[in-house]
Design a protein around this ligand. Structure first.
Ligand SMILES: *Cc1c(COP(=O)(O)O)cnc(C)c1O
Length: 454
């Protein structure tokens, strides 16, 4: 029996380690960096990809159609005319704090994309999650003859529409934040909604959803099980639509719209992205849809001048494992004796999306893993230096600008790609993915933990 447990897809752990040495780092929970050897020039990758800029633009237009609805239903979006978008912020004090903490220099400017402060649900899930619910609502409204081309979408905020949607239900499996986004959005439109929460989900997220009339089912196991159960229950009900975080192209496209918006923000800030001004982006990764969708959009917009790295906890580095072994969702971290237990609840996923892994194979620059302790430490540093309070998951990307000081393979990568010199004229953009809705007492606990570790 014990022997069998150590065999993954017909090979022993030792055989995996011999064939793919990074598996040793993963198994021993060592922080590590993986550079994608299968990346190809962006233009070529775009040509071979089944998703295109037209798909991203279609998603963007749909969000624009819904803007008048948001202005009405969520007054906090009035200032941005119903468009849910996050600030882009230069964080020089955090740059200084990181340098002092790590005793290493960061070359280039440090910026943060504050998805932590997105309206409605306070995390990156306000992009993909909300988008998928809107698309579904739009489809139903058209099917039922309640919506016609040219209609003003404010009508979604009406008794007639709520009554229609109340005949339908929506389900989702989540470690927390996706459940918040889907739950809040679906309930507001009038759907019946059930969120299947994994053991990692924080209590306050469940409480908040229940207070909005969402049914929350709790599981003692991890994310994959919550998704599987949710999917099964939804299959039994023809009126139930399941948002499949592991396979959804719609979610992915919802995330990708971020790139179009970022392009505008860069123009406003007069930040150039070209051969002499590379853009490095560090994205916290769970199942992969969020970082995958955003990175895909960025590649379409900035081509070979943007370099995207996915960041994961050492205990849950499923994308790193799937990409490095080439087996995507055929392998889980648990298969290799890694427990998928992390404080970064947004990233507590043991098996990555196969759809995202396959699609991103020719685009992605690499992945890295980091300890939970570092996320706590950087959380405290960010709070003290910039006054911005985030959840642990959101800090995973913050280690990116320091990778070259710790990992020879990252230095090699910069040298080989000719980025070593250009780096100092470039931008490191950390995608800060969540935190503004964390209750004060919970945040205090995170912060104090981080302070104690510094
Ligand atoms: C969900 C989440 C991510 C990662 O998104 P995936 O689509 O699961 O890869 C990152 N940060 C936070 C805070 C999240 O909630």
């Amino acid at each position: 029996m014990e022997n069998r447990e150590h065999i993954v897809l017909g090979k022993t752990w030792e055989e995996w380690e011999a064939e793919c040495p990074i598996v040793k780092d993963i198994r021993s929970l060592r922080e590590t960096v993986w550079i994608n050897p299968d990346k190809i020039p962006c233009q070529e990758a775009v040509k071979n990809c089944r998703l295109t800029m037209e798909d991203v633009l279609d998603a963007s237009r749909r969000l624009e159609r819904f803007a008048p609805y948001f202005e009405k239903a969520f007054p906090e979006t009035a200032l941005s005319h119903g468009i849910i978008e996050s600030p882009l912020k230069r964080i020089p004090k955090m740059k200084g704090a990181l340098e002092a903490w790590d005793k290493n220099e960061i070359s280039g400017d440090l910026w943060a994309k504050l998805d932590s402060h997105l309206a409605v649900s306070g995390s990156i899930k306000a992009r993909g999650g909300i988008y998928e619910v809107l698309k579904h609502a739009e489809d139903i409204a058209i099917e039922n003859g309640l919506l016609h081309e040219g209609d003003h979408y404010e009508i979604f905020d009406s008794e007639k529409f709520r009554k229609l949607f109340s005949r339908y239900s929506i389900g989702v499996g989540s470690t927390g934040n996706l459940g918040l986004s889907i739950g809040i959005m679906s309930a507001k439109l009038g759907f019946q909604v059930t969120v299947h929460m994994s053991a990692d989900a924080r209590q306050w997220k469940k409480d908040m959803l229940r207070s909005k009339g969402v049914t929350v089912k709790e599981y003692e196991s991890d994310y994959s099980v919550a998704v599987k159960e949710g999917r099964l229950q939804a299959e039994k009900d023809p009126y139930c639509y399941f948002v499949d975080d592991e396979n959804s192209q719609t979610l992915f496209l919802g995330y990708s719209v971020a790139a179009l918006r970022l392009k505008k923000q860069f123009e406003e800030e007069k930040i150039a992205v070209d051969k002499d001004h590379p853009l490095f982006v560090y994205l916290p990764c769970g199942v992969g849809g969020g970082p995958g969708g955003v990175a895909f959009g960025l590649k379409l917009v900035f081509g070979d001048h943007v370099h995207c790295f996915f960041a994961e906890p050492t205990h849950s580095c499923c994308m790193l494992l799937g990409m490095a072994t080439g087996k995507n969702n055929e392998v889980s971290v648990q298969d290799f004796g890694v427990d998928n237990v992390t404080i970064a609840d947004g990233l507590a996923v043991g098996r990555a999306s196969g759809f995202v892994g396959a699609l991103m194979r020719p685009f992605m620059d690499g992945c890295y893993s980091l300890d939970d302790g570092r996320m706590y430490q950087m959380l405290a540093l960010m709070a003290d230096s910039e006054g911005i309070y985030l959840e642990p998951s959101a800090l995973a990307g913050m280690y990116g600008p320091l990778l070259k000081s710790h990992f020879p393979v990252f230095r090699d990568y910069l040298e080989k790609t000719g980025l070593a010199d250009a780096e100092s004229h470039g931008v490191h953009l950390v995608w800060v993915t969540g935190g503004s809705m964390v209750p004060e007492n919970e945040m205090k606990m995170y912060y104090e933990k981080g302070k104690a570790l510094l």
